[in-house]
Design a protein around this ligand. Structure first.
Ligand SMILES: [Fe+2]
Length: 293
């Protein structure tokens, strides 16, 4: 297994490993450490099918079955389909607008996720360049670079995150295929409190855990101050030196840290420029500090 860091704030390529067969224990631990260190890992040219992809992802923690699970691979409800393609029956094959806006998956859930894993089956191309990049921001760096007064202000604080915030932003966009959440779906994902600063289980370092997609307000703070601080934090996250973009190629398996990064899917391709991704959501269910020790 060969790891080549991007040399930027996030990102590394991992080659010399075939994900259609199980990772050795040593390679698994190396990948986990790399996930903490580089935040976004690309395993290029992977040809594994759905079962092996699910097995690979499941190695890192239990896989989530999404509350609004509209599209998934046959017999694998834990492998969601992100796609703008239509099936032969004229029905959409996947969720066509997933992640378009800065957010952290599962921050709205009491049990948070360790990582997202995507396998690119079809990547839109134009003039020889791939479209639909995924962007990331480094929340280890964002925390480190906060002024000391702000770190002190955030210490021990929590914020409320709500699944419906981002869902509604997406649902009300033109052309959205999303329906309003049903009371049953909402009841499954009530707003939750999350620490604003958390210790990352892979690195042991502090990260800023707040994102524009789901974070609503800082608990126990008046609305005005809470709004001003969140606005400040979201602007701070936008610093150019915290940004990394992944340009997709078919066959890429991309795994990213869902505690130490925020991400955004860029929608710069047309409905006839086809994209198809398999996605697994890895919940943070293992004893990671022990695994990377
Ligand atoms: Fe996402």
């Amino acid at each position: 297994m060969k790891i080549t860091p991007s040399g930027r704030t996030l990102g590394a390529r991992i080659e010399g490993v075939d994900l259609s067969t199980p990772l050795s224990d040593a390679d698994f631990r190396t990948a986990l450490r790399a996930l903490g260190q580089y935040g976004v890992l690309c395993f290029p040219r992977q040809t594994c099918g759905v079962p092996a992809f699910a097995d690979f992802a499941r190695r890192f923690g239990e896989l989530e079955i999404n509350v609004a699970n509209l599209y998934f691979e046959r017999d694998f409800p834990e492998i969601m389909i992100l796609s703008n393609m239509m099936g032969s029956d004229g029905k959409p094959l996947g969720l066509n607008d997933a992640g378009q806006g800065w957010h952290t998956d599962m921050s709205y859930s009491k049990d948070i996720a360790l990582a997202n894993v995507l396998h690119a089956q079809k990547v839109p191309m134009r003039n020889g360049k791939s479209l639909g990049e995924t962007q990331f921001r480094n929340m280890h760096a964002a925390y480190d670079e906060l002024p000391e007064e702000m770190k002190a202000k955030l210490e021990g604080r929590s914020a409320t995150h709500d699944f419906e915030k981002f869902w509604e932003v997406m649902r009300t966009r033109p052309g959205s295929r999303r329906a309003k959440l049903t009371p049953e779906q909402k009841a499954k994902k009530p707003p939750v409190s999350q620490p604003l600063v958390r210790v990352h289980p892979l690195t042991g370092r502090k990260v800023l855990y707040a994102n524009p997609g789901y974070t609503m307000s800082i608990d126990g703070m008046d609305e005005l101050e809470s709004g001003l601080i969140l606005d400040y934090l979201f602007r701070h996250q936008e610093r150019a030196d915290f940004l990394y973009a992944h340009h997709w190629a078919e066959g890429d398996v991309l795994m990213w840290d869902n505690i130490g990064t925020v991400h955004n899917a860029v929608a710069d391709y047309m409905p006839y420029e086809h994209r198809y991704m398999r996605r697994a959501q890895v919940m943070a269910t293992l004893d990671y500090p022990a695994l990377v020790a």
